[in-house]
Design a protein around this ligand. Sequence first.
Ligand code: SAH
Ligand code: SF4
Length: 348
Amino acid sequence: MQEDLRSLTTEQIIARITEQGYPAFRGKQIADWLNKGCTSFDEMTNLPLALREDLKMYYTIPGVTVLQKWQSQLDETTKYLFELSDGETVESVLMSYHHGWSQCLSTQVGCRMGCSFCATGMGGLSRNLTASEMMAQIEMAQRDRGIRVSSVVLMGMGEPLDNYDNVLRFLHMLSEPDGVHIGMRHVSLSTCGLVDRIYQLMEEKLQLTLSVSLHAPNDAIRSRLMPINRRYPINDLLTACRKYAEVTGRRISFEYAMIHGVNDSDACAEELASRLKGMLCHVNLIPANEVKGKDHRRSTAQRLKQFSHILEQRGLTVTVRRTLGADINASCGQLRRKHREEESPCGR
Ligand code: SAH
Ligand code: SF4
C-alpha cells in the first residue's frame, strides 16, 4: 500500500530518501514542497524525474477538493463540503473574527460516539482522517478564499481523541515554521470526554485549549445524551479535567448545548455550578441545533439567559456561542447527510 508522504516529518522523509540512495537535501526539498501545500509530485519541478517517479510508486499526498460550498450572505462565514481522495466527504467551516480567520476542521469521516443530538454520529464512523487530510482542509480554504487562517478548532466531524496519533501528528505539523505556522495557543481541541486520552494529551503539555463537551450536570442526563458517559462517568471526567488544567495551566472550556426540557432547568444550572466550583474553566453555552431525524428542541432565549445568569452568580465565567453564518447554519454533519440523501434518496 502507498504511504501518506505528507504525514511524515522532515526527518523521516530525509531518512527514507537517503535509504533509497538519494542525497539528504532532496528530502528537504520534498518537505519544502509539502509545506507549501503542494499535492502533486509533478509540481515538484526541482526534483529529478527519476525521483519523482519513485515517489509516485511508493507514496501518495492525500488532498481534498471542494465538492460544495455555502457562502453566508450575513457575514464572511463559508462552509465547505470537501471530498477526499477515496470519495468520502467531510465538512469544514471558515469564520472571520476581529482577530483573524478561524477554521473548524473535521478529524474523522463520521463518528462512533453516537451522541443523541448530533448529526455526525448518525451514520457511525467510516474512517479516520490522516494528518495531511486535516492540513489539506486549511490549505484548500486558504487558496479558495485567498486568506490566511490564523486559528484552528477541531470541532468539525469526528472525535479528535479517537484518532489520537493522526491528530497529534497534525498538531505538530501546524506549528512547523515553513508550513501554515499556527501556534498551539491558537488551537482548540474539542472532545466528548475520552478520559484516558485526556491524561495522555496532558503529558504532551501542549498550549492548546481543551474543550470538553459536557452538556449535562450529572450521569443520569449525560448518559442519556452521550453513550461515552457510561464508560467514563462525569466524576472521572471532571477529575481528569481538573488535573489537566492544573498540569498545563490552561483553562478548560466546557461546551454545554442547551436542549429544551432536557438539560436546561434552574436545577441543572445549580448542579453544574457546584460541580465546576473552583476549577480553572469557562462554560460555553450553545443553543442546540435542531437536527432532522432527531426530536430534541433548542432552549428558548429566555432559558439561556436565566441559565447563564445562575452560573455567573455562582462565580463561573460564561459565554454564549456567537452564531456566525446563521443563514447557512447547520451543525456539523448535517450538510454531509443532506448531500448524501440527495445522491441516494434512501439516505444511505
Ligand atoms: N467530537 C467532538 C468534537 C466535534 S463535535 C466533541 O463532541 O466534542 C463539536 C461540538 O458540537 C461538540 O461540543 C458537540 O457536542 C457539539 N454538537 C454536536 N451536535 C450538536 C447540536 N445538534 N447542537 C449543538 N451542538 C452540537
Ligand atoms: Fe461524535 Fe462529537 Fe458528534 Fe458526539 S458530538 S457523535 S463525539 S462528533
